[in-house]
Design a protein around this ligand. Structure first.
Ligand code: ZN
Length: 407
C-alpha cells in the first residue's frame, strides 16, 4: 500500500470540521441521541458537538426528537437524523443514455428521469444534465440539494484501453469533468466509475446490505466491476481498479475495441447480447426496444437468446472463479442494465469452478446473486456517493481528492 504525503499531513480546520460533521451525522443515522452521548461516543468535546448540532439543526439535517427520560437531572434532548432535510442528485451517463435520480439524504428516490443520448460530448450531456437538475429544483416543496454524484463508465484517463470503444465515453476526461459539471449544475459534484458507485448503492439499499466484502458486476454498456473490501471501495492508484470487461477470458477470441482478443466484455455485456440479436435479425441495428425484445425472447424460450446465455455463462463462470480467488468476497452480485429475467437465467446457467476459496460448507450467502436496486443501481450509486461523503465519517481517500492521482 502506498502512502501519499497528503494522506499523512495534518488536516486544516475546514477539513476537520467537515469530518466532525460527518461523524455526528453518521452517528445519528444509526440512532437518535443527545449531545452528551454523541460527545462520549465520538470523543469530541461537548462544546464542539453543541456547535455542530446547532449548525446541522439550522440546515434541517437533524431535528430535536423530544427528551429522553433519565434517572436524575434534566432529561437530555435527543436528536434525530432528518433524511428528508435535503436531497441529492445522482447522474449516470452511459454511451447511449442519461439517467437522473433525485433522492433524499436517506437514499429514498423522489424523482427519476431517463433519456436516450444521441450525442455524448461532455458539453451536450452536461447541458442536458443542467436542464434536468433545473426541472427537479422547480418542484414545489423541494428540499435543498446538497450535491450531485456523477458516474461514467471506466476506464479513467488511460491510453492502454482504447478510448474509442463502443462502451466508453470519449472526451470525458476525469480531470476536467468535475469542474465543468460543478459549473453546469451549480453544485458540488463527486465523480466516480459507474461500477464502484453501483456497488456502494447495492450495499446501502440492495442485495449487499449487511455485507462488508463483496464484488458487484455492473452491466452498463460494457461490463464493470466494483469491489468493496471491509466496507471500503477498492479504487486502485488511478481510480481504474475493476476493468473486468477487458480481462482476456477467451484467448484468441473475439476482437475487442481495446486491442485485446477475447475480452470478457465481448461475451458478457449488454452490447454483446445486442450484437448477437442484431446479427440474427432479432433486433434493429439502432438497438431500439432492446429490453422489450429480450423480454419477448425470454418468454418464448428463444434458441438464439439461449445460445447467447450459454456462451456468456461459460465466460462469466471463469471470471467469477477468478474474482473469488482474488478477493475472497462474501458474495458476488450481478446488476445494472440487463433485464432481471436475463440476469436470473445467466446466474442459473453458471457452472462455478470447483477450485475456489468461495466453495465451502455452511455459506450464509449464495456465491452469486442478482442485485435488487435494478436499472437505477448506478444512478442511485451516484446519489449514494454524495450521501457517503456527507454522512459517512471514515473514508478512503477518493482519487478525485488526490491531486496527483491522474498524473
Ligand atoms: Zn477489451
Amino acid at each position: 500500500m502506498s502512502i501519499r504525503p497528503h494522506q499523512i499531513a495534518g488536516k486544516n480546520a475546514e477539513k476537520t470540521k467537515a469530518h466532525n460533521r460527518r461523524v455526528v451525522l453518521g452517528y445519528l443515522q444509526g440512532r437518535d441521541a443527545g449531545r452528551a452521548e454523541i460527545a462520549r461516543a465520538s470523543g469530541l468535546s461537548t462544546q464542539t458537538v453543541s456547535n455542530l448540532m446547532a449548525e446541522l439543526e439550522a440546515e434541517n439535517l437533524v431535528q430535536p426528537a423530544g427528551r429522553r427520560p433519565s434517572a436524575r437531572g434534566q432529561p437530555p434532548l435527543v436528536y434525530h437524523f432528518n433524511a428528508k432535510g435535503a436531497a441529492v442528485l445522482g447522474f449516470e451517463v452511459r454511451p447511449d443514455a442519461l439517467t437522473m435520480v433525485v433522492t433524499d439524504i436517506g437514499g429514498t428516490p423522489i424523482v427519476t428521469q431517463h433519456e436516450r443520448l444521441a450525442q455524448t460530448s461532455p458539453e451536450t450531456v452536461l447541458a442536458q444534465m443542467a436542464q434536468m437538475a433545473g426541472a427537479a429544483r422547480e418542484t414545489p416543496d423541494y428540499p435543498r440539494i446538497l450535491g450531485a454524484g456523477l458516474v461514467i463508465p471506466g476506464p479513467f484517463g488511460v491510453e492502454g484501453l482504447s478510448a474509442a470503444g463502443a462502451t466508453t465515453l470519449p472526451g470525458w476526461d476525469p480531470l476536467r469533468i468535475p469542474a465543468l459539471a460543478e459549473a453546469a449544475l451549480g453544485l458540488p459534484v463527486h465523480l466516480d466509475k459507474d461500477a464502484t458507485a453501483a456497488a456502494l448503492a447495492e450495499g446501502m439499499f440492495g442485495a449487499a446490505q449487511g455485507l462488508s466484502s463483496y464484488a458487484f458486476l455492473y452491466f452498463g454498456s460494457g461490463l464493470g466491476l466494483g469491489v468493496i473490501i471491509q466496507g471500503h471501495p477498492l479504487r486502485g492508484a488511478f481510480g481504474n481498479a475493476g476493468e473486468l470487461g477487458h480481462v482476456v477470458i477467451e484467448p484468441g477470441g473475439l476482437p475487442c475495441d481495446c486491442g485485446n482478443l477475447g475480452c470478457l466484455e465481448q461475451y458478457v455485456s449488454r452490447l454483446s447480447v445486442q450484437r448477437h440479436l442484431i446479427a440474427r435479425g432479432l433486433l434493429p441495428a439502432d438497438t431500439r426496444g432492446t429490453d422489450a425484445t429480450i423480454a419477448r425472447l425470454l418468454d418464448v424460450d428463444d434458441n438464439a437468446l439461449s445460445d447467447w446465455v450459454d456462451q456468456a455463462a461459460k465466460a462469466l463462470s471463469r471470471a467469477i472463479g477468478m474474482l473469488e480467488n482474488l478477493f475472497d468476497p462474501q458474495s458476488i452480485i450481478l446488476g445494472g442494465a440487463l433485464p432481471d429475467g436475463l440476469l436470473d437465467l445467466l446466474i442459473a446457467r453458471l457452472t462455478l469452478p470447483l477450485g475456489s476459496v468461495s466453495r465451502r460448507e455452511g455459506r450464509s450467502q449464495p456465491r452469486v446473486v442478482r442485485g435488487t436496486s435494478g436499472r437505477l443501481t448506478a444512478a442511485l450509486g451516484a446519489a449514494a456517493l454524495v450521501i457517503h461523503y456527507t454522512v459517512t465519517p471514515r473514508l478512503d481517500a477518493h482519487p478525485m481528492e488526490q491531486p496527483n492521482a491522474f498524473n
